[in-house]
Ligand binder design. Structure first.
Ligand SMILES: Nc1ncnc2c1ncn2[C@@H]1O[C@H](COP(=O)(O)OP(=O)(O)OP(=O)(O)O)[C@@H](O)[C@H]1O
Ligand SMILES: [Mg+2]
Length: 344
Protein backbone atom coordinates (compact mmCIF):
# COMPACT_ATOMS: atom_id res chain seq x y z
CA UNK A 1 0.00 0.00 0.00
CA UNK A 2 1.47 3.40 -0.90
CA UNK A 3 1.60 6.18 1.68
CA UNK A 4 -1.00 7.99 -0.41
CA UNK A 5 -3.38 5.02 -0.06
CA UNK A 6 -2.68 4.90 3.66
CA UNK A 7 -3.48 8.57 4.00
CA UNK A 8 -6.81 8.06 2.23
CA UNK A 9 -7.67 5.12 4.53
CA UNK A 10 -6.79 7.23 7.59
CA UNK A 11 -8.94 10.08 6.27
CA UNK A 12 -11.95 7.81 5.73
CA UNK A 13 -11.53 6.20 9.15
CA UNK A 14 -11.24 9.53 10.90
CA UNK A 15 -14.11 11.12 8.96
CA UNK A 16 -14.71 14.77 9.70
CA UNK A 17 -12.16 14.82 12.53
CA UNK A 18 -9.39 15.46 10.03
CA UNK A 19 -8.71 19.20 9.95
CA UNK A 20 -5.56 19.03 7.84
CA UNK A 21 -4.54 16.51 5.28
CA UNK A 22 -1.70 16.91 2.84
CA UNK A 23 -1.17 14.18 0.28
CA UNK A 24 2.07 14.07 -1.67
CA UNK A 25 2.57 17.79 -1.08
CA UNK A 26 5.47 18.95 -3.23
CA UNK A 27 6.75 22.53 -3.26
CA UNK A 28 9.32 23.96 -5.62
CA UNK A 29 11.14 27.28 -5.57
CA UNK A 30 12.68 29.28 -8.36
CA UNK A 31 16.44 29.61 -7.83
CA UNK A 32 19.57 30.34 -9.84
CA UNK A 33 19.56 26.58 -10.52
CA UNK A 34 16.04 26.73 -12.00
CA UNK A 35 12.91 25.36 -10.28
CA UNK A 36 14.05 23.13 -7.44
CA UNK A 37 11.91 20.83 -5.27
CA UNK A 38 12.37 21.77 -1.62
CA UNK A 39 9.42 19.82 -0.20
CA UNK A 40 8.90 16.38 -1.70
CA UNK A 41 5.71 14.35 -1.37
CA UNK A 42 4.77 15.22 2.20
CA UNK A 43 1.78 13.39 3.74
CA UNK A 44 0.50 14.93 6.96
CA UNK A 45 -2.72 14.41 8.87
CA UNK A 46 -3.89 16.49 11.83
CA UNK A 47 -7.19 15.74 13.57
CA UNK A 48 -9.23 17.79 15.97
CA UNK A 49 -8.04 17.47 19.55
CA UNK A 50 -4.49 16.47 18.75
CA UNK A 51 -1.08 18.07 18.49
CA UNK A 52 1.23 16.85 15.77
CA UNK A 53 4.91 17.82 15.91
CA UNK A 54 6.84 18.57 12.74
CA UNK A 55 10.58 18.39 13.41
CA UNK A 56 13.83 18.42 11.49
CA UNK A 57 17.03 20.41 11.17
CA UNK A 58 17.14 23.84 9.66
CA UNK A 59 16.40 23.74 5.93
CA UNK A 60 14.40 20.50 6.02
CA UNK A 61 11.27 22.18 4.59
CA UNK A 62 9.05 22.60 7.67
CA UNK A 63 8.16 26.25 7.12
CA UNK A 64 7.53 25.91 3.38
CA UNK A 65 5.26 22.93 4.10
CA UNK A 66 3.20 25.00 6.54
CA UNK A 67 3.13 28.08 4.30
CA UNK A 68 1.87 25.87 1.45
CA UNK A 69 -0.91 24.63 3.73
CA UNK A 70 -1.93 28.21 4.48
CA UNK A 71 -1.69 29.34 0.85
CA UNK A 72 1.01 31.78 1.96
CA UNK A 73 4.00 30.64 -0.11
CA UNK A 74 6.47 33.35 -1.14
CA UNK A 75 6.23 34.61 -4.72
CA UNK A 76 9.05 32.43 -6.02
CA UNK A 77 7.53 29.22 -4.61
CA UNK A 78 4.63 27.06 -5.80
CA UNK A 79 2.91 23.75 -5.09
CA UNK A 80 3.94 21.55 -8.00
CA UNK A 81 2.17 18.32 -6.97
CA UNK A 82 -0.09 16.93 -4.31
CA UNK A 83 -3.09 18.15 -2.43
CA UNK A 84 -3.87 20.16 0.70
CA UNK A 85 -7.25 19.73 2.39
CA UNK A 86 -8.44 21.90 5.24
CA UNK A 87 -11.42 20.31 7.00
CA UNK A 88 -11.99 18.16 3.92
CA UNK A 89 -11.90 21.02 1.41
CA UNK A 90 -9.07 21.14 -1.11
CA UNK A 91 -7.32 24.51 -1.38
CA UNK A 92 -5.72 23.81 -4.77
CA UNK A 93 -6.91 26.17 -7.43
CA UNK A 94 -8.66 28.56 -5.02
CA UNK A 95 -8.34 32.27 -5.73
CA UNK A 96 -6.43 34.53 -3.31
CA UNK A 97 -9.79 35.92 -2.16
CA UNK A 98 -11.17 32.43 -1.39
CA UNK A 99 -7.92 31.51 0.38
CA UNK A 100 -8.00 34.59 2.53
CA UNK A 101 -11.61 33.75 3.48
CA UNK A 102 -10.41 30.34 4.69
CA UNK A 103 -7.36 31.70 6.51
CA UNK A 104 -8.27 32.57 10.04
CA UNK A 105 -11.61 30.79 9.85
CA UNK A 106 -10.50 27.21 9.17
CA UNK A 107 -6.79 27.51 9.80
CA UNK A 108 -4.56 30.09 11.44
CA UNK A 109 -0.83 30.34 11.92
CA UNK A 110 1.55 31.92 14.41
CA UNK A 111 5.21 32.53 13.69
CA UNK A 112 8.59 32.65 15.38
CA UNK A 113 8.90 36.41 15.69
CA UNK A 114 5.51 37.75 16.74
CA UNK A 115 6.61 41.37 16.88
CA UNK A 116 7.47 41.34 13.18
CA UNK A 117 3.92 40.24 12.37
CA UNK A 118 2.32 43.14 14.22
CA UNK A 119 1.98 46.59 12.69
CA UNK A 120 3.70 49.13 15.00
CA UNK A 121 1.33 51.89 13.85
CA UNK A 122 -1.91 50.33 15.15
CA UNK A 123 -3.05 49.28 18.61
CA UNK A 124 -2.93 45.57 19.26
CA UNK A 125 -6.68 45.56 19.90
CA UNK A 126 -7.45 47.08 16.49
CA UNK A 127 -5.21 44.50 14.81
CA UNK A 128 -7.03 41.59 16.43
CA UNK A 129 -10.42 43.22 15.75
CA UNK A 130 -9.54 43.56 12.06
CA UNK A 131 -9.93 39.84 11.48
CA UNK A 132 -13.37 39.80 13.17
CA UNK A 133 -14.56 42.81 11.20
CA UNK A 134 -13.38 41.32 7.91
CA UNK A 135 -14.44 37.69 8.34
CA UNK A 136 -17.53 38.18 10.47
CA UNK A 137 -18.61 41.66 9.37
CA UNK A 138 -18.83 42.76 13.02
CA UNK A 139 -19.15 46.37 14.14
CA UNK A 140 -16.26 48.08 15.93
CA UNK A 141 -18.12 47.74 19.26
CA UNK A 142 -18.93 44.02 18.82
CA UNK A 143 -15.35 43.30 17.79
CA UNK A 144 -13.92 45.21 20.77
CA UNK A 145 -15.93 43.14 23.27
CA UNK A 146 -14.71 39.92 21.64
CA UNK A 147 -11.08 41.13 21.59
CA UNK A 148 -11.23 41.69 25.36
CA UNK A 149 -12.56 38.13 25.75
CA UNK A 150 -9.78 36.82 23.52
CA UNK A 151 -7.10 38.68 25.50
CA UNK A 152 -8.50 37.13 28.67
CA UNK A 153 -8.46 33.72 26.97
CA UNK A 154 -4.75 34.06 26.20
CA UNK A 155 -4.10 35.39 29.71
CA UNK A 156 -3.08 38.96 28.94
CA UNK A 157 -3.60 40.71 32.27
CA UNK A 158 -5.66 43.91 32.39
CA UNK A 159 -7.14 43.10 28.97
CA UNK A 160 -9.59 46.02 28.73
CA UNK A 161 -6.76 48.53 29.09
CA UNK A 162 -4.10 46.72 27.10
CA UNK A 163 -6.14 46.42 23.90
CA UNK A 164 -5.48 50.15 23.38
CA UNK A 165 -1.70 49.82 23.60
CA UNK A 166 0.80 49.52 20.75
CA UNK A 167 3.07 46.53 20.01
CA UNK A 168 6.19 48.28 21.40
CA UNK A 169 4.47 48.35 24.81
CA UNK A 170 4.34 44.53 24.84
CA UNK A 171 7.15 42.07 25.69
CA UNK A 172 7.99 39.24 23.23
CA UNK A 173 5.91 36.74 25.21
CA UNK A 174 2.94 39.13 25.36
CA UNK A 175 3.23 39.78 21.60
CA UNK A 176 3.00 36.01 21.01
CA UNK A 177 -0.16 36.00 23.16
CA UNK A 178 -1.57 38.79 20.96
CA UNK A 179 -0.75 36.71 17.87
CA UNK A 180 -2.52 33.74 19.48
CA UNK A 181 -5.57 35.92 20.19
CA UNK A 182 -5.53 37.03 16.54
CA UNK A 183 -5.13 33.44 15.33
CA UNK A 184 -8.05 32.24 17.47
CA UNK A 185 -10.36 35.20 16.77
CA UNK A 186 -12.54 33.38 14.23
CA UNK A 187 -12.52 29.95 15.92
CA UNK A 188 -10.23 28.04 13.53
CA UNK A 189 -10.11 24.26 13.67
CA UNK A 190 -6.38 24.12 12.91
CA UNK A 191 -3.59 26.14 14.49
CA UNK A 192 -0.14 25.98 12.92
CA UNK A 193 2.59 27.21 15.24
CA UNK A 194 5.98 27.63 13.50
CA UNK A 195 8.70 27.73 16.18
CA UNK A 196 6.36 29.83 18.34
CA UNK A 197 8.75 30.09 21.28
CA UNK A 198 12.21 30.01 19.71
CA UNK A 199 12.67 33.78 20.02
CA UNK A 200 11.56 33.86 23.67
CA UNK A 201 13.55 33.31 26.84
CA UNK A 202 13.21 29.96 28.57
CA UNK A 203 10.67 30.90 31.26
CA UNK A 204 8.42 32.72 28.80
CA UNK A 205 8.82 29.82 26.34
CA UNK A 206 7.37 27.47 28.92
CA UNK A 207 4.44 29.79 29.68
CA UNK A 208 3.53 30.16 26.00
CA UNK A 209 3.75 26.39 25.40
CA UNK A 210 1.55 25.78 28.46
CA UNK A 211 -0.94 28.27 27.06
CA UNK A 212 -0.99 26.58 23.63
CA UNK A 213 -1.54 23.24 25.33
CA UNK A 214 -4.41 24.58 27.45
CA UNK A 215 -6.08 26.25 24.46
CA UNK A 216 -5.67 23.12 22.33
CA UNK A 217 -7.48 21.06 24.97
CA UNK A 218 -10.19 23.59 25.77
CA UNK A 219 -11.01 24.50 22.18
CA UNK A 220 -10.49 21.02 20.70
CA UNK A 221 -8.03 22.42 18.18
CA UNK A 222 -5.86 20.43 15.85
CA UNK A 223 -2.35 21.84 16.30
CA UNK A 224 0.62 21.43 13.97
CA UNK A 225 3.62 22.40 16.08
CA UNK A 226 6.85 23.05 14.21
CA UNK A 227 9.96 22.89 16.33
CA UNK A 228 13.66 22.01 16.40
CA UNK A 229 13.27 20.91 19.98
CA UNK A 230 12.44 17.25 20.62
CA UNK A 231 11.88 17.89 24.33
CA UNK A 232 9.03 20.24 23.33
CA UNK A 233 7.62 17.45 21.14
CA UNK A 234 7.82 14.98 24.01
CA UNK A 235 5.83 17.31 26.23
CA UNK A 236 3.30 18.69 23.79
CA UNK A 237 2.59 16.23 21.00
CA UNK A 238 0.51 13.12 20.37
CA UNK A 239 2.18 12.26 17.09
CA UNK A 240 5.30 13.44 15.32
CA UNK A 241 6.53 13.69 11.76
CA UNK A 242 10.26 14.03 11.15
CA UNK A 243 11.47 15.73 7.97
CA UNK A 244 14.90 15.58 6.39
CA UNK A 245 15.93 17.33 3.18
CA UNK A 246 12.34 18.03 2.11
CA UNK A 247 10.98 14.53 2.77
CA UNK A 248 9.15 12.86 5.63
CA UNK A 249 11.60 10.28 6.99
CA UNK A 250 9.61 9.02 9.98
CA UNK A 251 6.13 9.44 11.36
CA UNK A 252 4.67 7.83 14.47
CA UNK A 253 3.01 8.39 17.81
CA UNK A 254 5.37 10.08 20.23
CA UNK A 255 6.21 7.09 22.46
CA UNK A 256 7.17 4.62 19.71
CA UNK A 257 9.17 7.31 17.94
CA UNK A 258 11.10 8.25 21.07
CA UNK A 259 11.63 4.73 22.48
CA UNK A 260 11.97 2.70 19.28
CA UNK A 261 12.87 5.03 16.40
CA UNK A 262 13.00 3.27 13.05
CA UNK A 263 15.03 5.82 11.16
CA UNK A 264 18.74 6.53 11.72
CA UNK A 265 18.14 10.28 11.34
CA UNK A 266 15.51 10.33 14.11
CA UNK A 267 17.75 8.19 16.28
CA UNK A 268 20.68 10.56 15.71
CA UNK A 269 18.47 13.56 16.60
CA UNK A 270 17.39 11.82 19.79
CA UNK A 271 20.97 10.93 20.74
CA UNK A 272 22.15 14.47 20.10
CA UNK A 273 19.34 15.70 22.35
CA UNK A 274 20.46 13.35 25.13
CA UNK A 275 24.24 13.65 24.86
CA UNK A 276 26.08 16.78 25.90
CA UNK A 277 27.47 18.29 22.71
CA UNK A 278 31.18 18.11 22.08
CA UNK A 279 33.46 21.04 22.70
CA UNK A 280 32.66 23.86 20.28
CA UNK A 281 29.79 21.98 18.67
CA UNK A 282 26.26 23.35 18.61
CA UNK A 283 23.67 21.54 20.69
CA UNK A 284 22.03 18.71 18.81
CA UNK A 285 24.99 18.17 16.56
CA UNK A 286 24.94 15.58 13.80
CA UNK A 287 28.15 15.69 11.75
CA UNK A 288 27.66 17.22 8.29
CA UNK A 289 24.72 19.30 7.19
CA UNK A 290 21.49 19.07 5.17
CA UNK A 291 22.50 19.35 1.48
CA UNK A 292 21.09 22.35 -0.42
CA UNK A 293 17.92 21.38 -2.35
CA UNK A 294 19.54 21.53 -5.82
CA UNK A 295 22.00 18.86 -4.62
CA UNK A 296 19.51 16.43 -3.05
CA UNK A 297 20.77 13.01 -4.18
CA UNK A 298 18.50 10.46 -5.88
CA UNK A 299 19.62 7.91 -3.24
CA UNK A 300 18.62 8.01 0.43
CA UNK A 301 19.10 11.71 1.25
CA UNK A 302 20.61 11.02 4.67
CA UNK A 303 23.04 8.41 3.35
CA UNK A 304 26.09 10.68 3.40
CA UNK A 305 25.69 11.44 7.11
CA UNK A 306 24.33 8.08 8.21
CA UNK A 307 26.56 5.81 10.29
CA UNK A 308 24.44 2.79 9.23
CA UNK A 309 24.57 3.42 5.47
CA UNK A 310 25.55 0.58 3.15
CA UNK A 311 26.04 1.73 -0.44
CA UNK A 312 24.54 -1.38 -2.06
CA UNK A 313 21.28 -0.92 -0.09
CA UNK A 314 21.08 2.82 0.51
CA UNK A 315 22.36 4.08 -2.82
CA UNK A 316 18.88 4.17 -4.39
CA UNK A 317 15.70 6.13 -3.70
CA UNK A 318 13.85 4.90 -0.62
CA UNK A 319 10.08 5.02 -0.06
CA UNK A 320 8.26 5.72 3.16
CA UNK A 321 7.09 2.29 4.40
CA UNK A 322 4.93 1.09 7.26
CA UNK A 323 6.88 -0.73 9.99
CA UNK A 324 4.02 -1.15 12.45
CA UNK A 325 0.58 0.37 12.96
CA UNK A 326 0.78 4.11 12.27
CA UNK A 327 4.60 4.01 12.28
CA UNK A 328 6.24 4.87 8.95
CA UNK A 329 9.90 5.17 8.09
CA UNK A 330 12.00 5.90 5.03
CA UNK A 331 15.01 3.64 5.53
CA UNK A 332 16.05 0.70 3.37
CA UNK A 333 17.74 -0.91 6.40
CA UNK A 334 14.90 -0.37 8.89
CA UNK A 335 14.22 -4.09 9.35
CA UNK A 336 17.92 -4.87 10.08
CA UNK A 337 18.66 -2.11 12.58
CA UNK A 338 17.97 -1.82 16.32
CA UNK A 339 18.36 1.91 16.69
CA UNK A 340 18.80 3.62 20.04
CA UNK A 341 16.04 5.92 21.21
CA UNK A 342 15.55 7.43 24.64
CA UNK A 343 15.47 4.89 27.44
CA UNK A 344 12.26 4.36 29.40
N1 LIG B 1 11.73 31.79 -0.91
C1 LIG B 1 12.68 30.87 -1.05
N2 LIG B 1 13.46 30.83 -2.16
C2 LIG B 1 14.41 29.89 -2.33
N3 LIG B 1 14.66 28.92 -1.44
C3 LIG B 1 13.95 28.90 -0.31
C4 LIG B 1 12.92 29.88 -0.04
N4 LIG B 1 12.38 29.62 1.17
C5 LIG B 1 13.03 28.53 1.63
N5 LIG B 1 13.96 28.10 0.76
C6 LIG B 1 14.83 26.93 0.90
O1 LIG B 1 13.98 25.79 1.04
C7 LIG B 1 14.51 24.89 2.00
C8 LIG B 1 13.48 24.65 3.09
O2 LIG B 1 13.28 25.87 3.80
P1 LIG B 1 12.33 26.00 5.06
O3 LIG B 1 12.33 27.42 5.48
O4 LIG B 1 11.01 25.38 4.77
O5 LIG B 1 13.11 25.11 6.13
P2 LIG B 1 12.81 24.90 7.69
O6 LIG B 1 12.77 23.43 7.91
O7 LIG B 1 11.61 25.69 8.08
O8 LIG B 1 14.13 25.49 8.37
P3 LIG B 1 14.31 26.30 9.76
O9 LIG B 1 14.32 25.24 10.80
O10 LIG B 1 15.62 26.97 9.59
O11 LIG B 1 13.17 27.26 9.90
C9 LIG B 1 15.82 25.51 2.50
O12 LIG B 1 16.87 24.95 1.75
C10 LIG B 1 15.65 26.97 2.18
O13 LIG B 1 16.90 27.58 1.96
MG1 LIG C 1 11.33 27.28 9.41
Amino acid sequence: MTTLDQAVVVDKAAGSDVVLQTTGLTVEVSTEHGWVEVVDGVDLTVRRNETVGLVGESGSGKTLTSLAVMGLLPENARISRGDVRLSGRTISGLSEKALSDIRGVQAAMIFQEPRRCLNPAFTVGDQVAESLRRHRGWSRKQAKARVIELFELVEIPDAARRIDQYPHEFSGGMCQRVMLAMALACDPELLIADEPTTALDVTVQRQVLELIRRLQGELGLGVLLITHDLSVVAEMCDRVTVMYAGQVVESAEVDPLFYTPKNPYTSALLQSMLEPSGRGEPLGYIPGSVPPPHLFPSSCRFQERCTHAVESVCGRAVNLETVSAAHLTRCARAADLALPGVSA
